[in-house]
Write a protein that binds this ligand. Structure first.
Ligand code: PEP
Length: 249
């Protein structure tokens, strides 16, 4: 397994005040750790609070949950990659299932966003995952592969640029029903094979995270599954004490 990446997606939780409290509680009990990377995706309004809390902790990275693909302009409510970088972000979530299925984000838009993130010198964490009906119809792999190909299709330097992938089956997100470690392994293997055809040797070192109802109980087994290089947690990452347990899994 690659060095694990343990990612916390706070979604629309933890504003600046609770983000400050969270970071204090978390960092007090999470000494510098060189065997893994912890990654926080706070809401954009809490980025500054999390960055201030982190100080010089290089083992903990900051990311944003979404960006627009344009460099700047009349896009009310949106954030650019340059702004995210300026605020201390290193990684950008692209194509999270809530962006795709609540806000209607398309594969074409995920492609534009991954390309913008690359242009801006940050790392995309591209989320892919099938819906329940797609799994039940036997189409899980083809859906995931096509989201993966589409999302990375506009990147110019895939063979050399850092990219992260998260396999997040839609039916597992926020439902309390996680994929089994075997199911996650099987899909991560498919993703790794596809990455090999897209970016050659670099695929071996591309972190592929599992996300979907990760909790303190199932995190160790999911993380130990073959081809799983880390975890992306939503609900269980909002509270400092459960996230501490998962981050140390
Ligand atoms: C997520 O938001 O990426 C996620 C996996 O959510 P949850 O852990 O709550 O299922």
């Amino acid at each position: 397994m690659n060095r694990p990446v343990m990612a916390a997606n706070w979604k629309m939780n933890n504003g600046p005040t609770s983000a400050r409290e969270f970071m204090k509680a978390f960092l007090d009990q999470y000494p510098r750790q060189n065997d893994r990377t912890v990654l926080f995706f706070p809401p954009a309004l809490s980025l500054a609070a999390v960055a201030a809390g982190l100080g010089d902790r290089r083992d903990v990275l900051l990311g944003v949950q979404n960006v627009h693909w344009a460099d700047q302009g009349a896009f009310t409510g949106e954030l650019s990659v340059a702004m995210a970088r300026d605020a201390g972000a290193r990684v950008v979530l692209v194509g999270h299932s809530e962006r795709r299925h609540v806000f209607g984000e398309t594969d074409e838009q995920t492609a534009l966003k991954c390309a913008a993130v690359e242009r801006g010198g940050l790392t995309p964490l591209l989320c892919v995952g099938e819906k329940l009906d797609e799994r039940e119809a036997g189409n899980a792999e083809s859906v995931v592969v096509s989201q993966l190909r589409a999302g990375l299709s506009q990147m110019q330097h895939l063979a050399v640029r850092e990219v992260m992938i998260a396999y997040e089956p839609v039916w597992a997100i926020g439902t309390g029903r996680n994929a089994t470690p075997d199911d996650a392994s099987a899909m991560h293997k498919v993703i790794r094979e596809e990455l090999k055809s897209l970016c050659g040797e670099r695929a071996r070192f591309t972190p592929i995270l599992y996300g979907g109802s990760v909790n303190t109980g199932n995190a160790p087994a999911l993380l130990a599954a073959s081809e799983v290089d880390g975890l992306l947690a939503g609900g269980a990452s909002v509270d400092a004490s459960s996230w501490l347990t998962i981050a140390r899994a």
